[in-house]
Design a protein around this ligand. Structure first.
Ligand code: PMP
Length: 335
């Protein structure tokens, strides 16, 4: 019999898939690593397991403990599913730009959810960082993983994501592309791939317009909020290592959303906006590359959590994005 002992044992070993349609006119091979195959539906399951393992080892998380974290959703799901198996409670602080359906997912896993305004600076006492810090001080036995600081985040990707890409491409990967939120994915997997290839693999960060990584340091107006969940930050977190990133691609929200919609319709991949962004960046790179190049883009999560947002035509229009509607096959007389 082949079975896993717990949902947490299903984390990692996600598949690579070759893109077929959106790559028209490109000679290089473009592969995507589909992270929604993780049990909680995103790449964040990986860091949840590594962070909780380390906290237990270091005695920072003890039986009956409570995990408190500011999270846009995916990290919460990962932490909730690992925590519940080990008897910990979870409290998540989420910014209000995160959709109601995604908050409901956290509650469904048994977590408590606290909603805070997204449009205030990090230092503001109402910000999701500040509220999480206060709750960590006030709740007895609380441990805050602090994904924007915790080095076990990048470590998880160094130990699992990077090796999987290397193994599944038989070391033929030439370019690795990932969006940047905490920077854990790109820093950890990027470092592994750099080391394994003797520096040959090029690492490309995809960054939404508004985010600090790819902004002109002399122009503060380039740093502003964006609509893609999970990526784009207005401060540089400690979990980001610029050392392993060769190049940044700045991608507008509109292009990221349009690509996510194309991936669903043309590649059978229902993924989130940050996945669309990673693919836009990967295709920009791949367009300049020869046929023997192998570009791997990481797609962090599933699109089902965004049905009321980027997959909803009305939401897209309200937010100023264009949508191309396929011609209907249904005769108007039927309606
Ligand atoms: N996309 C989504 C949907 C995410 O939840 C995250 C993690 N916050 C990322 C991208 C970015 O990954 P990382 O934090 O490792 O940079």
């Amino acid at each position: 019999m082949h079975y896993a002992q717990s949902a947490a044992d299903l984390i990692g070993s996600t598949p690579l898939l070759r893109l077929q349609r959106v790559t028209e006119g490109i000679d290089a091979t473009v592969l995507v690593k589909v992270e929604y195959f993780n049990p909680g539906g995103s790449s964040k399951d990986r860091i949840a397991r590594t962070i909780i393992d380390a906290a237990e080892r270091e005695g920072r998380l003890r039986p009956g403990g409570v995990i408190v974290e500011p999270t846009s959703g995916n990290t919460g799901v990962g932490l909730a599913l690992v925590a519940q198996q080990r008897g910990y409670r979870t409290v998540f602080v989420v910014p209000d730009k995160v959709g109601a359906d995604r908050r409901a997912v956290l509650s469904a896993y048994g977590a408590e959810v606290v909603v805070t305004p997204a449009a205030v600076p990090k230092e503001d006492p109402r910000s999701y960082y500040s509220v999480a810090d206060r709750l960590t001080r006030e709740i007895p036995g609380a441990f805050q993983p602090n994904q924007f600081v915790n080095r076990n985040g990048p470590l998880a990707h160094f130990q699992t994501t990077g090796p999987e890409v290397w193994r599944d491409t038989d070391g033929a990967v030439t370019h690795f592309v990932a969006g940047i939120g905490t920077g854990g994915t790109i820093s950890g997997a990027g470092r592994f791939l750099k080391e394994a290839s003797g520096g040959r693999v090029r690492v490309i960060g995809a960054d939404p317009e508004g985010s600090i990584y790819s902004a002109d340091p002399d122009d503060p107006e380039q740093i502003h909020a964006n609509l893609i969940e999970g990526v784009g930050v207005t401060f540089v977190p400690e979990t980001f290592d610029p050392e392993f990133v060769d190049r940044l691609q700045r991608v507008p929200d509109a292009e990221s959303f349009a690509m996510a919609r194309r991936l669903a319709r043309e590649e059978g991949l229902l993924v989130g906006g940050s996945s669309g962004m990673a693919v836009v960046a990967a295709l920009r790179e791949a367009r300049e590359l020869p046929a023997d190049a192998v570009v791997v883009a990481l797609l962090p999560d599933h699109g089902r959590g965004y049905l009321g947002k980027l997959f909803d035509d009305a939401w897209m229009r309200e937010n100023g994005f264009e949508v191309d509607e396929p011609e209907s096959l249904v005769p108007t007389a039927v309606l």
